[in-house]
Design a protein. Sequence first.
Length: 254
Amino acid sequence: MTKRILVTGGTGRLGRALVPQLLDVGDDVRVLTRSERASAAHPWMVGDLRTGSGLAEAVDGVDLVIHLATTNGRGDVTATRALIEAAQASGRPHLVYLSIVGIDGHALGYYRAKVECEALIQRSGLPWTILRTTQFHDLIAEICDAQRKLPFTVMPSKVSFQPIDVTDVAGRLVATTEGPARGRLPDLGGPQIHAATDLARMYLRAVGRRRPVWAVPLPGKVIRDFRAGKQLTPERADGRITFEEFLAAREGAR
């Protein structure tokens, strides 16, 4: 049966992978945007998660909301609260929220905001599903891209990541739209765990650059939590696309 779905953050990395997959299975998809857009594939609903403007119209009549939008900070809490309030007033659609592995008790402020968003959703009275994933391949690549003009690449020492491809995450989210709300889903991790320095070396090989990778022992509670491996879920290494495969595809498309 065709489902009416609203996607927030539909223009981001994950959203651009998710929306086509939803359309492929025949869902009626609308994407929230702050400004008017045109699309032959799906309608755009104008609304602002920061102020709540237009959200009532955006959620009206939808069966499910997939909440991907993020400000990478405290703004996430405000946005999630506004979305919940609009959904509560519109017929209680199923709310699916994307979160991050290992955020409980983490010192990173962004992760604390994600925990608060999860709590708001769980207390909302709406049917809800939360999926936590490890960091995207794109994030690791962007950290390296940002250092491309340096004669070396710096990564934190004794920190590992388990990056996952956005298409794998999108596939899992599509599966959550079938059937009732499921609460907290099992975590979803990338297929391999690598030291941050090794990921940087993979990146350099893929882009054809030869330069040293420096492992830097960074201080602070945030790095301590990353060194402890809170961001990893080795027992849930269910992603299919490796970081090297992601890089090869990315470079091949340029």
